[in-house]
Design a protein around this ligand. Structure first.
Ligand code: TRP
Length: 336
């Protein structure tokens, strides 16, 4: 592949809420960096999505830039991938309205994430939480993305984006590329250290359940030491023992060693030794990235420059799509 035109286009986004975890790193950030070689990548910090849950404005502002810096520190090259904030490209909200008028109430009611979130935030079940998947469809369809790398929890939203695209295309004639979810082969499913049956989450109220990308070495080692395992005390990759299975998976992702190698390495050793090794591997992997993050966040002018360039690239595509959509749905356009 030698020209941009021949490459498939990838769009993905991350919410700037909470602190990114090791799960985000191994499951998303690391992969996003790898993808930029083979695809045309557009990455977005979904700040519009973030306010479906109440945010502290100053914190949201800081987190948005921190998220960008973390992605850059993880190896995303702004020369190869466009990176921008969702709120900087107004076409997202413009398209979202049009798509919302082509999405059924029943479809949105069936979204499992809406059901989960409205339980979690019972005091703030706002309309944005309900129409969240429409905005997400707009994020994707706006860029005519072929592929959307996401975790399996987002698959239902991609399915909906496909349904909306197909519906719009058949009512108004072909307009949108129908996107596909791109579930990465290596997409590590990193589980909570406290409740290994659940996904590691940046919004987990128990700070010991998650390793955050900016955690310092002492904290990382301490959290792995306290990770919930079982009483068998044998380092073996058994999915029925979710605690140890999760630690093996993490160690494997960090070191590139497979399960068998890991079992051999820790044969006859206890969980204590193994947990320490996982903690050290994790701290070693995150250290250079943290140093780069510290360096980048001191240089706001540089980060702003990346955002300006990313916004420009994104806006160019977004404007083309929204013009087409406005014309097709019948909005009158004045003569120039
Ligand atoms: N909903 C996604 C999440 O919480 C974030 C997101 C917003 C997204 N827009 C997107 C992901 C578009 C992929 C494509 O993880």
């Amino acid at each position: 592949m030698n020209t941009t035109e021949q490459k498939k286009r990838i769009l993905s986004a991350v919410q700037p809420s909470g602190n990114l975890t090791l799960g985000n790193y191994l499951g998303a950030l690391k992969n996003w960096a790898d993808l930029q070689e083979d695809f045309e990548c557009i990455y977005c910090v979904a700040d519009l999505h973030a306010i479906t849950v109440r945010q502290e404005p100053a914190v949201l502002r800081k987190k948005s830039l921190d998220t960008l810096a973390l992605y850059l520190a993880s190896g995303i090259d702004p020369k190869k991938a466009a990176f921008f904030l969702q709120s900087h490209v107004p076409e997202h909200t413009q398209l979202s309205w049009v798509l919302g008028c082509n999405t059924m109430f029943g479809e949105l009611s069936r979204m499992t994430q809406f059901k989960d979130k409205s339980q979690k935030h019972a005091d703030n079940i706002n309309a944005g939480l309900f129409t969240y998947p429409v905005l997400m469809a707009a994020d994707i369809l706006l860029y005519q993305a072929d592929l959307v790398p996401v975790g399996s929890d987002q698959k239902q939203h991609i399915e909906l984006a496909r349904d909306i695209a197909n519906r719009f295309n058949s009512v108004y004639s072909p307009t949108f590329t129908v996107p596909e979810a791109y579930i990465l082969k290596s997409s590590a499913r990193i589980m909570s250290l406290a409740e290994p049956e659940r996904k590691m989450s940046k919004s987990d109220p128990n700070a010991n359940a998650s390793i955050f990308m900016l955690d310092r070495k002492d904290d990382i080692i301490r959290k792995f030491k306290r990770a919930v395992t079982d009483s068998e005390a044998v380092v073996a990759a058994d999915p029925n023992r979710p605690g140890i299975y999760n630690l093996i998976n993490i160690y494997s992702c960090l070191t590139g060693k497979d399960e068998k190698e890991i079992e051999r390495e820790f044969e006859g050793k206890g969980y204590g030794d193994f947990k320490l090794a996982v903690g050290e591997a994790c701290a070693d992997a995150l250290a250079p990235l943290q140093a780069e993050f510290d360096h980048l966040t001191k240089d706001k002018a540089y980060l702003d420059e990346i955002l300006r360039e990313g916004t420009e690239k994104a806006s160019w595509i977004a404007r083309k799509t929204i013009q087409k959509v406005y014309r097709k749905v019948g909005f009158y356009q004045s003569q120039k």
